[in-house]
Design a protein around this ligand. Structure first.
Ligand SMILES: C[S@@+](CC[C@H](N)C(=O)[O-])C[C@H]1O[C@@H](n2cnc3c(N)ncnc32)[C@H](O)[C@@H]1O
Ligand code: SF4
Length: 396
């Protein structure tokens, strides 16, 4: 299977200004990978390359594998209460003023970001500040906002689709597939009307035992929608033993209990025929869909089985997230980890982000991770951020 780096020239050719902004972020991530700063007086804020904005915990879908609303989702019983805690626009703007000079890539997500009441003024402000603004959405509310999305010059839409219609809707909810397709059509129409090349349009597909046989159907069915990329995310999974080990570890080393990791202990990794999955992905990668196909992580074919059947074997390690990335939660809490937001560094309603990012709690986390075998916590074996930016383990 082709390495993901092979898609770089294609992406570059789509929109040079956006590509330059994106690659500045990736350059900073690369610098952190090669020259990690273990000097704890260092101003880590300078290296900020990627900021996740989790605008709201509210969501209009209930996808079965989701860490927030899936079978074991942490939001299942508290979504309404938690949604009351969302930050007002003014706080987000102040935060953006602080981080914009570092020119990080930004990634808006949720819950469903279209349910954040001030999504549009916020994204507009970010674009005005010159940031690369990407939005990860379930796409069901995209059609009605297409005109404004294009007018406001969002950089990229990462739209979640997991399979062709029936299989997708069994995972994500009835009617979800058709709403996304209507959204793609509307965005394309608006791009033509407004003579705009942006936002770039991408699909993100999470691979589970329920959809892996249908990935090629999805790729075929969506080839006509003028996409810019399609990412196949092999999925975040864990098991009882990993959760227990991580819980002990975090309590011992960082005085933190953990709630989030178990949400990925869903079993949707089980029974995947790795050879079949590899063949399907290989087949997709060999065809020309007119847009790049990206698998995260790219694995040696013999190791696809390990990824799903042996969750305790690492495939990537040396997590660099605490040195160049951050996730800001809907209530202003600052974390390093987007999917496991258990360890809180501080809150942007109370302190400047720069202070938080360089504070003792942040440095304690960095020190502990640096002292771990392979530079990674025992619970992070299939973490998506580490699959994207971690170090490839030899043979995998
Ligand atoms: C939690 S959602 C939030 C944004 C939006 N609601 C959406 O669905 O795109 C962020 C991304 O995580 C993906 N996701 C859900 N469950 C996952 C899992 N178990 N492993 C990896 N990614 C997952 C979703 O498909 C989506 O692309
Ligand atoms: S749409 Fe996104 S946040 Fe909502 S349940 Fe699905 S994956 Fe989770």
């Amino acid at each position: 299977m082709k390495k993901n780096i092979a898609v770089v020239p294609l992406l570059l050719s789509r929109n040079k200004t956006l590509a330059a902004k994106m690659f500045y972020g990736f350059y900073k991530i690369g610098k952190t990978q090669f020259f990690p700063k273990h000097d704890y007086n260092f101003n880590h804020f300078k290296n900020l390359a990627l900021v996740y904005f989790k605008l709201t915990p509210a969501c209009n879908l209930r996808c079965v594998m989701c860490g927030q609303y899936g079978d074991k989702g942490i939001m299942n019983n508290c979504a309404a209460e938690e949604t009351k805690k969302i930050l007002p626009l003014e706080i987000w703007k102040k935060f953006i003023d602080e981080i914009a000079p570092q020119r990080p890539v930004t990634y808006i997500w949720g819950g469903e970001p279209f349910l954040y009441p001030d999504l549009f003024p916020l994204a507009r402000y970010m674009v005005e500040k010159g940031l690369y603004v990407s939005v990860n959405t379930n796409g069901t509310l995209m059609e009605r906002h297409a005109e404004q999305i294009v007018r406001d010059k969002w950089s990229t839409l990462f739209v979640s689709l997991d399979a062709f219609r029936d299989v997708n809707d069994a995972l994500r909810g009835k009617g979800a597939y058709d709403k996304v397709i209507a959204g793609f059509r509307a965005i394309n129409r608006e791009k033509q009307k407004q003579k705009s090349k942006i936002p770039m349009l991408g699909i993100v597909t999470v691979v589970t035992n329920k959809n892996y046989m249908d990935l090629d159907n999805l790729a075929e069915a969506t080839r006509e929608y003028n996409l810019d990329l399609h990412i196949f995310n092999l999925g975040t999974y864990t098991n009882d033993n990993i959760v227990a080990t991580q819980r002990r570890f975090m309590q011992e080393k960082l005085d933190t209990d953990i709630d989030c990791l178990d949400a990925y202990n869903t079993g949707y990794n089980l029974g995947i025929d790795a050879q079949k999955l590899h063949n399907i992905l290989q087949n997709i990668h060999c065809k020309n869909f007119g847009h790049p196909m990206i698998t995260v992580p790219v694995l040696n074919p013999e190791k696809t089985h390990t990824y799903y059947a042996d969750l305790e074997t690492p495939v990537r390690n040396h997590c660099i997230v605490p040195w160049c990335q951050t996730n800001i939660d809907y209530n202003g809490d600052v974390h390093f980890c987007a999917d496991y937001p258990d360890y809180i560094l501080g809150n942007i309603t109370q302190q400047s982000f720069k202070e938080i990012y360089n504070n003792d709690r942040a440095n304690r986390f960095r020190k502990v991770i640096h002292s771990c075998e392979g530079g990674m916590f025992p619970g992070c074996l299939r973490c998506y951020q580490n699959m994207l930016f971690g170090k490839k383990i030899k043979g995998y």
